[in-house]
Design a protein around this ligand. Structure first.
Ligand code: GDP
Length: 705
């Protein structure tokens, strides 16, 4: 073989150590130039190979695949598709990084399919021990149909073996790993008939890339049965990628073992703690607690400010506009409606601030690893934990947080069940009902019965979410293919810019997406609560004033009574009364019916509505006093027919369960519509949750009464 010259192309993903291998092979014998006409660097060098052979090495630009998307990648493809190119290699050397084999092998299988004699370099072998990686080289060689050189360009090991493999290139297999033609056999068979002498994978690349190197005239395909639309080609290309990853996964499953428990670098040590059976969960829940504490306490300041500002704006507008329908619409409908959108911004911004820090540092992948197995059983993802727990603050940002879940099916189930989590708007409802029907007693000396009930309600919320996820997982048929390869990224410091952009983007998405719907629905609910048919509503003041028992009331009490009468005769009041036959089996009267209908906009409205109905002045000025009065009124309320207390234990328990499970929040429906981009899912959510709540409350009341 004396005096032979071999042309060798060095190919690989960026950062696999290709340059280092090149330097080892060529030493100082390097030349750097440009490819003709473009500013892509062209590096060549020579090298002595065994048996007096000379190697001419071309270091091709780093590329991730042969599905070219950049000029650098095009250089690689142009060369490999053109046998007449003076640089066309006798041997291709594909360099991979032992830590990223899965990703790196994609390009390798594509090169193999071009049926060029190929040597696979697995570089950075010096890191294997620290990372706990072992390779079955004979197995890999057999299944990848290539010889493998295990190299460490840092230590300089394996280079001689590589040289030996290159020299023996005639003995290297030309066989493809897997042929992309299997992705659409019919199509490829037709191509084969039309171009019998062409390599099918080459043809495929030419077609998908829409490039013409004079190998075949692509124009011949125009108007024939070989023409495919861009999107069809894209789909086929995706199919090809999936196939390749499946193939690589299968080979690596046997050929590579990664025992991270044997690894001992910093990352491995951190991983071992963060994904530990006990510490992992403890750390994760501690971090979550910290986050939600901060969200609660930090966002309460801007939220109060927003609340006050909008109340002030309403009052200011009311004073400065002529009284009338338009003024009412603006001051009682539109301004509070906008306020109802803006009020969510602090929580959304803070939640996403924390989430993007967790994502950016690489910690979130560890959480997924930790939680995935359990959550998958319920059709959820490891990442569903974040929405489910964020839901304790508010379902709106929580549902938006589900965007981090790659798999659509898991994301959808997460979105649908998240509103079961006990959000902060349920608290005022729970507080007043618990204080009404649960005795303030201690059991076993330390457990307060009321506190226990509250905790039970939180657990019920989580339970409801998990169980309905499990049910949805059984019945939902959402077609979704995912070839997402879960990889744990390295830890890194988060980039401030990325975080700021995420927060800004999520906030904007909420305001412009769900905000419109929330505003519209708020205005509708306002309209229904402040308008009514017939004279009972419009003449409320005159009617109430004329009642004999009103004579003794002072002005404030009279106003409250008018408000109560108006609410009773508004559209919402009529709806509340209308549903009485439906809710009576749950132990509710029409007053509770009105509170349920009006709190459909937002649960916390429940208490305020009851206050209005029982004509107690709104508790705005004096929250504690107001609440005490309304509690007394609720306690004193009796059924006119039976003479029994309305808010007895059975009704109270039934109401608590109703608010635990019912979808009483239009803002949540709006965000579900936004995130699923369809009305179908929010409607299913609404009907499903309401039906579930109804049945549970019904059973509870009937058993307890
Ligand atoms: P290229 O982008 O593929 O050309 O990769 P480089 O040759 O520039 O190497 C990328 C990084 O990997 C550099 O920081 C190298 O020092 C490092 N590197 C290259 N080969 C090895 C190796 O065998 N072992 C280790 N530990 N690091 C390597």
């Amino acid at each position: 073989m004396a005096g032979t010259t071999l042309k060798i192309a060095l190919i690989g993903n960026p950062n696999t150590g290709k340059t280092s291998v090149f330097n080892h092979l060529t030493g100082l014998n390097q030349q750097v130039g440009n490819y003709p006409g473009i500013t892509v660097e062209r590096k060549t060098g020579t090298c002595r190979l065994p048996g007096d052979t000379k190697g001419l090495i071309l270091d091709l630009p780093g590329t991730y695949s042969l599905n070219a998307s950049s000029m650098d990648e095009n250089v690689v493809i142009e060369l490999l598709l053109n046998k007449t190119d003076k640089d066309y290699p006798d041997v291709a050397v594909v360099v991979t990084d032992v830590e990223n084999l899965k990703r790196n092998l994609l390009l390798f299988t594509q090169i193999k399919d071009l049926e060029i004699p190929t040597v696979l370099v697995i570089n950075m072998s010096d890191r294997m021990e620290r990372k706990g990686i072992t390779l079955d080289i004979p197995y890999l060689e057999e299944h990848l149909k290539s010889r493998i050189a295990l190299v460490s360009s840092r230590k300089g090991t394996g280079i001689d073996h590589l040289k030996q493999l290159i020299v023996n290139y005639k003995g290297l297999s030309h066989e493809p790993c897997l042929n992309a033609s299997s992705i659409d056999p019919d199509y490829f068979n037709r191509l084969r008939l039309a171009f019998p002498n062409q390599l099918l994978y080459k043809l495929w690349l030419v077609i998908t890339q829409d490039v013409n190197f004079g190998l075949i005239d692509i124009k011949e395909l125009q108007g024939t049965s070989f023409t495919k639309t861009k999107s069809e080609l894209k789909r086929l290309q995706q199919k090809e990628t999936i196939k390749r990853y499946q193939f690589i996964n299968d080979v690596l499953k046997v050929g590579q073992t990664v025992d991270r428990s044997k690894a001992n670098d910093l990352r491995a040590r951190l991983d071992r703690v963060l994904t530990h059976q006990i510490f992992g969960y403890a750390i994760f829940f501690a971090i979550l607690m910290l986050i939600f504490q901060s969200i609660f306490s930090w966002s309460s300041v801007p939220m109060d400010l927003i609340d006050e500002s909008f109340a002030w704006l309403s009052a200011f507008t009311a004073e400065n506009m002529p009284p009338g329908k338009l003024t009412n619409l603006i001051t009682q409908g539109i301004i509070p409606g906008i306020g109802g959108v803006v009020i969510f911004i602090p929580q959304i911004a803070f939640l996403f601030l924390f989430i993007s820090v967790l994502e950016e540092t690489g910690y979130m992948s560890r959480v997924v690893f930790l939680m995935d197995k359990i959550m998958k059983r319920f059709g959820l993802s490891g990442k569903s934990v974040v929405p489910l727990i964020s839901g304790t603050a508010c379902a709106i940002p929580a549902i938006m947080a589900a965007r981090n879940i790659e798999n659509w099916r898991e994301r959808l189930i997460t979105i649908l069940v998240t509103p079961f989590t006990t959000c902060s708007a349920r608290l005022p409802v729970y507080t007043i009902l618990i204080s009404l029907v649960i005795p303030n007693r201690y059991v076993l000396g330390i457990f307060n019965l009321q506190g226990l009930t509250l905790m039970l309600l939180y657990l019920l919320g989580f339970g409801g979410a998990i169980i309905s996820a499990w049910i949805l997982n059984k019945i939902l048929e959402v077609k979704h293919k995912s070839f997402f390869v879960a990889e744990m990224p390295n830890y890194k410091l988060p980039l401030l810019k990325n975080i700021a952009l995420t927060v800004l983007e999520k906030t904007k998405a909420f305001v412009y997406g769900a905000g419109k719907i929330i505003l519209a629905l708020s205005v509708i609910i306002w309209f229904l609560g402040s308008h009514g048919p017939g004279t009972a509503f419009s003449n409320a003041e005159a009617i109430v004033t004329a009642q004999p028992e009103s004579k003794t009331l002072d002005e404030g009490a009279l106003n409250d009574k008018v408000a109560a009468y108006q609410l009773e005769n508004s559209y919402i009041g009529i709806m509340g009364k209308g549903i009485e036959p439906i809710i009576r089996p749950l132990g509710y009267d029409w007053k509770i019916g009105i509170a349920i209908v009006s709190s459909f906009a937002a649960r916390e409205v429940f208490v305020g509505t009851l206050a209005t109905i029982y004509n107690i002045g709104s508790s705005a000025e004096d929250a504690d006093g107001g609440e005490a009065t309304i509690k007394q009124r609720m306690e004193a309320e009796v059924n006119p027919v039976t003479g029994e207390k309305i808010f007895n234990f059975a009704t109270g328990a039934s109401l608590l369960l109703f608010y635990a499970f019912a979808m009483q929040c239009i803002s949540t429906l709006a965000i579900t519509k936004k995130e699923t981009n369809s009305w179908k899912w929010p409607i299913i959510q609404l009907v499903g949750m309401s039906a579930f709540a109804y049945v549970v409350s019904l059973i509870a009341y009937q058993l307890l009464k």
